[in-house]
Design a protein around this ligand. Sequence first.
Ligand SMILES: [Zn+2]
Length: 311
Amino acid sequence: MANYEFGIDLGGTTCKIGLFQGEEMIDKWEIPTDTSDGGKNILRDIADSVKAKIEEKAIAKDDIKGLGIGVPGPVTDDGTVHNCVNLGWGTVNISEKLGELSGYPVKVGNDANVAALGESWMGGGKDYNSVVVVTLGTGIGGGIIINDRIIAGAHGAGGEIGHMLVNPEEELACNCGLHGCIEQYASATGIVRTANRYLDATDTESVLRKEANISAKTVFDAAREGDALALTIVDDVCEKLAKTLARLATVVDPEVFLIGGGVSKAGQILLDHVAEPYKKYAFHACRDTKIGLATLGNDAGMYGAARMVLD
Ligand SMILES: [Zn+2]
């Protein structure tokens, strides 16, 4: 039986590659993502890098089980990605193309879903089978893992948690074109926007008024120090996030919600402010669902990609 697999996390500027021996990551490195010429070199560069590593480590060719890859776009079951705008790709069957170039079987998933699978496998969800990951970064990504399987849906849009509706009254449009998505409030940029709205709407004293550059971090730091306006902002953002989790719980009922991404560095104050309103909004059967932090950071995508190969 083959002992090794590769887990690949393809991003718009770099591609992270991990070599795994079963559950253990034994090496990781990055190559630049070459988006010139409609991204036509990307898969060849990946295949070359994988082959070079196999030679470097003197691994027998038949000791490689396969390659898993997370790509930044919607992926359908046959391994086809549709419209990876930031890579310059239209419709590409990654499974076939990378399979031909590398000579190994290839499993493909959407990057956010794959990262969620990684968290569920070896990160904050290690002890659970059913996990929902919500990644609070510049936008909001996520993934739904039920019984160790990604729920990608009919159009590859399963797990697009950032675009769940929380405020139909919102006038500003979200990046997706809808109005009032949770991403508009609880992402790093959403928290800054919410903070500025509060600062503009009131005269309340706040340390945030002296901040030249308000960020999600400065808002949570001020709240931790007891700043009343910062606490109001944190409460508002976390209440919207809690409603989103409560709605998700009635649909997929996970054992645990994991919050990741840059905003999750706020840590316990974020968890506490989400957990309290969550109990208020959740259906009684899932009122005690755990809410924790993602732990793998930027490695989650490589772990999840490797995990797909082990199926
Ligand atoms: Zn949206």
